[in-house]
Design a protein around this ligand. Sequence first.
Ligand SMILES: [Zn+2]
Length: 51
Amino acid sequence: MNKKECPSCAMMIDDSEKVCPICGYEFPVQNKFYVALAIFLIILFVLYFIL
Ligand SMILES: [Zn+2]
């Protein structure tokens, strides 16, 4: 399991945690899913004009 450092309390917590279990700090949502979705939509958009 990967660990990440909480920027609020500097504790090492599990990378999958979205909220720090120690201080309650909420990590910003930079979900890979949204990045993949954005790339997919751009590809779809480009293909629409090529075909
Ligand atoms: Zn914390």
